[in-house]
Design a binder for this molecule. Structure first.
Ligand code: PPS
Length: 293
C-alpha cells in the first residue's frame, strides 16, 4: 500500500504510526460510540496537541488545576487511535476528553450529531515541519531524516504520520459544518494564552473564576509544563516510546518562527510557493512570526 513502511501504516489513504496502532480499532473507528458531552481535540501532529490536552484537562478537572490528583495528561485526554495505556474508553466517566490526529473522513459518525464539541488546533506548517523534523529524529518509532531538505520533501509528499498537512487542515475546515468544531491556532494561544483559555472555557461552557483562569494559564505555560511530569511526556518518551537521543524532549522549544533558524531563503520561498498553490482562497489566517504581527 502507498506510504506503508516499517514506520507508517496506511489505512484508507491516511498514515498512522505503525507501532502504536490497533488495526481492529481502526477498522471500527467510525462506529466508535460518541456521547453528547464528549470533547475532542483534533490536530495534525506537532501542532500543539499536548499543550491543548493540558489546557483542557486544567479547564475541565479541578483536581488537575489544584494538583490534588496526580494523573498524567495523556490519561486525562488520551489519543483516540493510539490507546497506549489500554484505557477502557466505554467505562470512562463523562465528560470524556480525547485527542486525535485522524482526518475528517475517519471521524466517528456520532460526532456528526454536532452535540459533542471539538477543537481543531492548527499551526503554521513551517514550524510544524521543523518540530516534526526534530521529533522524527528523536523517537525510534519514526523515520529519521538527516537534513531539513530531505525532510521537507518527505513532509510535502505526506510520507509522514498524518499524511499531507494540506489535506488534513483543508479536509477538516471544508467539512466543519458537519461537526460542532472550533478552530484555534497555536500562534493565537502563544500570543495571548489567557484570552485563548477564556475562549475555550466559553466554548466548552465551563465557567471559571479569575483564579481558575490564572491557574490554567500558569500551568499551561511552556516552562511549567516542562517541569510538570504529568504534562511533559518525558517518561512516555524514555520508557514507553523510546528515543534515539536521551537529551531530546517532547517540549522542545515551543516558539513561533523557529523555521527561520532552519530554512534557507530558497527553501522558505519554495515552501511559500507550494503553500500558496495548495491554500489558495483558504480563509484561516496563519501567523509565521509573532514579531511581524
Ligand atoms: S504530537 O506529537 O503531535 O502530539 O505533538 P504536539 O503536542 O502536537 O506538538 C508538539 C509541539 O508543541 C510544543 N508545545 C508547546 N508550545 C508552547 N507552549 C506550550 N506549553 C507547549 N507544549 C508543547 C512542543 O514544544 C512542540 O513544538 P516544538 O516547536 O518542537 O517545540
Amino acid at each position: 500500500m502507498e506510504n506503508t513502511n516499517e514506520y507508517l501504516f496506511n489505512y484508507r489513504g491516511y498514515n498512522f504510526e505503525r507501532a502504536l496502532i490497533d488495526i481492529e480499532f481502526l477498522k471500527n473507528i467510525e462506529d466508535f460510540e460518541i456521547r453528547d458531552d464528549d470533547v475532542f481535540i483534533i490536530t495534525y501532529p506537532k501542532s500543539g496537541t499536548i499543550w491543548t490536552q493540558q489546557i483542557l484537562s486544567l479547564i475541565f478537572y479541578e483536581e488537575h488545576r489544584n494538583g490534588t490528583e496526580n494523573i498524567k495528561t495523556i490519561d486525562r485526554v488520551p489519543f483516540l487511535e493510539y490507546n497506549i495505556h489500554h484505557l477502557e474508553y466505554a467505562q470512562r466517566p463523562s465528560p470524556r476528553l480525547f485527542s486525535s490526529h485522524i482526518p475528517y473522513y475517519l471521524a466517528p459518525r456520532g460526532l456528526k450529531s454536532k452535540k459533542a464539541k471539538m477543537l481543531y488546533i492548527y499551526r503554521n506548517p513551517k514550524d510544524v515541519l521543523v518540530s516534526f523534523f526534530h521529533f522524527s529524529n528523536l523517537v525510534s518509532l519514526l523515520e529519521a531524516s538527516d537534513t531539513i531538505e530531505h525532510y521537507m520533501e518527505t513532509f510535502l509528499d505526506g510520507k509522514v504520520v498524518g499524511s499531507r498537512w494540506f489535506d488534513h487542515i483543508k479536509g477538516w475546515y471544508e467539512h466543519r459544518h458537519d461537526f460542532n468544531i472550533l478552530f484555534l491556532s497555536y500562534e493565537e494561544m502563544k500570543k495571548d494564552l489567557r484570552n485563548s483559555v477564556l475562549k475555550l472555557s466559553k466554548f466548552f461552557d465551563k465557567e471559571l473564576s479569575e483564579e481558575d483562569v490564572d491557574a490554567v494559564v500558569i500551568q499551561a505555560s511552556f516552562e511549567k509544563m516542562k517541569s510538570d511530569a504529568r504534562a511533559n511526556y518525558d517518561v512516555i518518551l524514555s520508557d514507553e516510546i523510546g528515543t534515539r537521543n536521551s537529551d531530546g524532549r517532547f517540549l522542545r522549544k515551543g516558539t513561533v518562527g523557529d523555521w527561520k533558524n532552519h530554512f534557507t531563503v530558497e527553501q522558505s520561498e519554495r515552501f511559500d510557493r507550494i503553500f500558496h498553490k495548495n491554500m489558495k482562497d483558504f480563509p484561516l489566517k496563519f501567523i509565521w512570526d509573532l514579531n511581524e504581527e
